[in-house]
Design a binder for this molecule. Sequence first.
Ligand code: GFB
Length: 397
Amino acid sequence: LSILIANLVFTAAVDTEYCDINSKTCDNHIENDNDKKLIFYDVNPPEGFNLRRDVYMRFAIMLAEAQKRRKDNWELVLPPWYNLFHWKTDRRVPKPWGQFFDIESLKSFAPVVELHEILSKTKNEALELDILFVLKNYEDAFENGVFEEKWKVIGDCNHNSKFWGYKNITVKEVLCVKFQGKNSKLWELIALHPQYKKIMFAHGEIPLHDSYGTKTYWDCRKSMKFNEKLVNIAEQYISQHLKCKTERCDTYLSVHWRRQDFARSRGNDVPSISGTAKQIRNVLKMLPTIKKVFIATDASMVELNKLGKALSNRGYKIHFFLPSESIIDEYGDGGIAIIDQIICSKAAHFIGTHDSTFSYRIQEEREILGFDSSTTFNRLCPDTGRCERPSKWTIVN
Ligand code: GFB
């Protein structure tokens, strides 16, 4: 290993033995089931659900593009949802992606596989990965004043990954690597060990999108359909409480009102409760036929009641999704978050929270549904001070 490290240069070259993405020789690669190669990844533990969805897209696009260009059968292993900081229900039970998303739809875009599918095919459900690359940021992204795509192996390192709570997953070798660049640059690290078939990246949030905002990005995003049962629960709620049975509704306004850590530490970006009510009333004045307001939030019931009171004074009624015990048991906090997102995405008009990835994912969903962007890219402003309009990341079909 020390020889290998000594041989590595700051910006490494691709191993020529490896199937280069532009090389025709890749076409000779034989495909069969035993030949399957797996890419695993994980994300910095404190990161939330909706940033993780974006990290998935970066890897899914990397794999889908590689699949198009060569007949190498790498598959992306979907990292179970485990121990998410914001989730209080069943936090330490790893949850498969199928609980939240339509796996067949994900597979229609990229070669993905659930971890439990892999484990069920192994002896005693034990799995040994060949290598874990622990990605780290460079201290200065703009060394000598320029942002350069590069990586550098630092050496062996300790990594106490719990592998999503599975004690029967182990790894032969762990390497720490400074990395800066797009996801596709990870192929260079993969190429260091052409014989390895199970490669994992920790801190998968460090590599950047290869094609943010492009048609490929949106094709991938469109494939992230939700689990049908969650869609049905959301649609039933909309039909019953918000009186709409169509894909796009004109009966209600929706707001993603992010509180908790945002209310505690982002006072300059988010409004007070009375400030929130005032802004919602101002928008409703411009939508005279709408009297119903759906609030998706992580606020406490006390905060929500205060907001409801401030709005009902003016004849508006707030609605929020209160899950039954069985929905909580079956889908947990992630499922409830998705139900809230679906209901927000179908509203006549949406107001989000500045800098919240939860709001961003709703905006994307509305772009896919075909709403006018003026009804989507709106935000709650702080009570005082500057309030920049959100960037419009519109769909490319
Ligand atoms: O998805 P998320 O990471 O987006 O939000 P941000 C964190 C979690 O909060 C979600 C809950 O997974 C939900 O469990 N949550 C937030 C909600 N809003 C709602 C809501 O309207 N309805 C429901 N049901 N649940 C990030 C954080 O949050 O912000 C990072 O994850 C960091 O750790 C960053 O703090 C600044 O982007 O809003």
